[in-house]
Design a protein around this ligand. Sequence first.
Ligand code: SAM
Length: 187
Amino acid sequence: MENKEKLKKYYELNRTPLKIKEEKPLSAKFILDACCGGRMFWFNKKHPNTIYVDIRKEEKGFIKYEKNYEVNPDIIADVQKLPFKEKSFKLIIFDPPHLVNYNSGIMFQKYGSLNNNYKDFLSNAFKELWRVLDDYGVINFKWNNQNVKIREILEIIKEIPLCGTKAVSKKNSNTYWFCFMKIPEEK
Ligand SMILES: C[S@@+](CC[C@H](N)C(=O)[O-])C[C@H]1O[C@@H](n2cnc3c(N)ncnc32)[C@H](O)[C@@H]1O
């Protein structure tokens, strides 16, 4: 079936994930979702070319009012120290927790929280993602500025985004998307 038809079908099925016919070998996993959580972003939550990583695994039912929500990574790992060799991925999705010092509530349960060490965390994580990103590879980074302003985050990250955009969600809370490309120095 053509991709367009698959996508149409997907929407007709009311967001039921596409069925994966076969598992790909590790060599075909050139996309990394480094903090995958519940894979809410994904049209296909089991994309055959993707490795889903998170620091935790949570079974369905761990959130009382969202019985089907689960965190089920392929690999449990810390984004600051990933078990992959350098230049392994062409595309990396990076959506870390954006709340700081939360320890309860549904947002905390679903998305986790950073603590006072968030600067070190983001700096280490971004360096690690840069290491496993291939030349000309892309990082899509999402941030919500509810607790930490985007200007501060970009100073921590150091790499300069190619482009980005802002979606205003609530008063005083915007969601940003940035695209970074690892362009080799000689280019
Ligand atoms: C904002 S949520 C991701 C939501 C996800 N993009 C989605 O579509 O559902 C952030 C996730 O990062 C995970 N996380 C927190 N610290 C991490 C770490 N050090 N390494 C990897 N994942 C981490 C959390 O467990 C949480 O599931």
